[in-house]
Design a protein around this ligand. Structure first.
Ligand code: HC0
Ligand code: SF4
Length: 579
């Protein structure tokens, strides 16, 4: 610990903290813009490029960026002198001088950290004038990059290169032309971008944002010749409430069901139902691979890798093409739901697949890309027609003058609205593999599980491993969340340093609860954890907590698919990967 003074207050701070952190401890919130430190993640964006957080140290003339200056014994820090405030305002004006002034129509309006600071400092005029950059916005299926709005904070670079290890974004050019770009300035779609959306989650301005498809949803809802149904992902229900005054982790699914009904959807269904279906296929595949392995078949690919996160699917396709035999071939719940809706529900309703529009609400931006993958279309008619994020649904709800606080609760529709506890935990790290283990255990041993909670598989460590007893078998399971952590795990497996029977990878910190399409959490892992705990409480409150006991899933197999892993199930519910 060291002792120092900040604005006349005596402060004790740990030796490795920055002035910014020490000040925060005593309630002095020094404004910052480029700084980004995410709890639980080693990397910090402390390039100190924006200079908003400057402070005076020991009366010296030069000002210091508090985000990257460490505390030292006895220093006297001033954070709020008239000179410092003047410098901050000037820095802001300089940034704004080369920033579009279209705040009213910017996708980030209301959530932009630059806009907040301009308001905080009551910037009313910009003294500086000069060139304005004129980049063309670039559209990918998931993300829009508008580099005119880039303020060179480089948070996205840290996120993409250091945390996610994707290496897609880096700073180029100088002066007014300085931006963060892709290699050779190619479109995102031509890079190894996974569309994880984590760069969007940390962009303080509107330079990186989701491709908004809410207008497509509204148009579909207006078209009376179409039936429009909606599925909502596990992680959405415990995060969307934050935008309407609920605490993170509050399960507002029944209010969301009412909101979706009032928006005019013809069927309100749940991706969770399809998560149960995914487990039927994935657990069958796991059982089959394990039994072949135990029977001495050395060619069987192990570990089995859960396959529901489209960002990691793209990551493994680009980075580990030699390992494409390990992912389960089971489609993700989003795609299983839509395949069932377009191929089975349409028949039951007596409509053609062209007459049905399937909308998904996902905590994720990569799901937009997944929905657009060619293998999930039939004659250019997609299984999932439109995928929107949690944030986009918030806008739709607000536009329709609805407020989740005052809306009554209602149930999801049958038959694709009922789920088990195993399905809902898909939305947090370790949940998919835990759900699969619950079912695989009973199928492999023939016994009933006494305790369905696999505590050893839980936690927030980026890359963790546990051994689970399945009868006489010691099943070794690996879990990674965050693509940097996934890389560590896959490298170890590839090098023969780790041997797992099954692994789960989610591209985002915390799993889907921390997805790139969720309400902004500003790097606070505590919010992500509360969402995850919210999913765990739903699970424990459920009467049925194992996917294979979902009566609507059993009925689907009986009526349409014979049994799990059957030929019919394969045709409808499995996919393939491309190197
Ligand atoms: Fe997820 Fe999913 S759990 S990827 O995180 O498997 O997006 O919430 O919907 O598809 O169910 C996201 C969340 C899903 C899918 C499910 C899986
Ligand atoms: Fe990198 Fe993910 Fe952003 Fe793509 S979406 S640029 S992989 S952080």
């Amino acid at each position: 610990k060291v002792k120092l003074t900040i604005d006349g207050i005596e402060v004790e701070a740990s030796r490795d903290s920055t002035i910014l952190e020490a000040a925060k401890e005593v309630g002095i919130n020094i404004p910052s813009l480029c700084h980004l430190k995410m709890e639980g993640i080693d990397y910090v964006n402390d390039c100190a490029s924006c200079r908003i957080c400057v402070v005076e140290v020991d009366g010296r003339e030069a000002l210091y960026p508090s985000c990257s200056t460490k505390v030292t014994e006895g220093i006297d820090v001033v954070t709020n002198s008239p000179e410092i405030i003047h410098v901050r305002k000037s820095v802001l004006e300089l940034i704004l001088s080369n920033h579009p002034k279209d705040c009213l129509v910017c996708s980030k309006s209301g959530e932009c950290e630059l806009q907040d600071l301009a308001n905080h400092f009551k910037v009313q005029e910009i003294k500086y004038s000069g060139d304005i950059s004129t980049f063309e916005p670039e559209f990918s299926p998931s993300i829009i990059r508008d580099m005119n709005k880039c303020i060179m904070c480089r948070r996205c670079e840290t996120m993409c290169n250091k945390i996610q290890t994707c290496g897609v974004l880096s700073a180029i050019n100088r002066g007014f032309e300085a931006v963060v770009a892709t290699a050779h300035e190619s479109d995102l779609a031509e890079t190894v971008c996974t569309y994880c959306g984590q760069c969007v989650a940390v962009c303080p301005v509107g330079a990186l944002h989701e491709r908004d498809y809410t207008w497509d949803v509204v148009k579909a809802l207006q078209d009376k010749s179409k039936k429009v149904i909606v599925q909502i992902a596990p992680a959405v229900r415990v995060a969307i409430g934050e935008e309407f005054g609920f605490a993170p982790g509050t399960n507002v699914e029944k209010k969301v069901a009412t909101a979706l009904r009032r928006l005019g959807f013809d069927g309100i269904f749940d991706t969770n139902w399809a998560a149960d279906l995914t487990i039927m296929e994935e657990a069958s595949e796991f059982k089959e691979r394990i039994e072949r392995h135990l029977g001495g078949d050395t060619s069987v690919p192990l570990p089995l890798l859960t396959s529901c996160c489209p960002a990691w699917v793209k990551f493994i396709e680009h980075n580990y093409p030699d390992m494409l035999d390990i992912p389960s071939t089971a489609k993700s719940p989003q795609q299983m739901f839509s395949a069932v809706a377009k191929n089975i529900w349409t028949k039951e309703m007596g409509i053609s697949r062209e007459d049905l529009v399937v909308v998904s609400i996902m905590p994720c931006l990569a799901k937009k890309y997944e929905a657009a993958r060619e293998e999930f279309s039939v004659d250019s008619n997609r299984d999932t027609d439109i995928s929107i994020s949690t944030r986009e649904l918030v806008h739709m709800i607000r536009e329709a003058n609805l407020d989740l606080q005052s809306l009554p609760e209602s149930d999801f529709d049958k038959p694709y609205g009922d789920y088990t506890g195993a399905a809902v935990i898909f939305g947090r790290t370790g949940g998919v593999i835990e759900a699969a283990t619950r079912t695989a255990y009973e199928w492999i041993t023939g016994d009933t599980l006494k305790k369905v909670d696999f505590e050893d598989l839980r936690g927030y460590e980026g890359f963790r491993a546990a051994t689970v007893k399945v009868g006489d078998l010691n099943v070794r399971i690996g879990i990674a969340h965050g693509l940097g952590e996934a890389r560590k795990m896959l490298d170890k497996i590839r090098a023969g340093e780790e041997h797992f029977h099954a692994i789960e990878i989610m591209a985002c910190k915390g799993g889907c609860v921390g997805g790139g399409g969720q309400p902004y959490h500003h790097g606070e892992l505590s919010i992500i954890r509360k969402r995850a705990e919210g999913l765990n409480s739903i699970d424990t409150s459920m009467e049925i907590r194992k996917s294979h006991e979902n009566p609507y899933i059993k009925a689907l197999y009986e009526k349409h698919l014979d049994k799990p892993y059957s030929e019919k199930a394969h045709k409808l519910l499995h996919t393939h990967y491309y190197s």
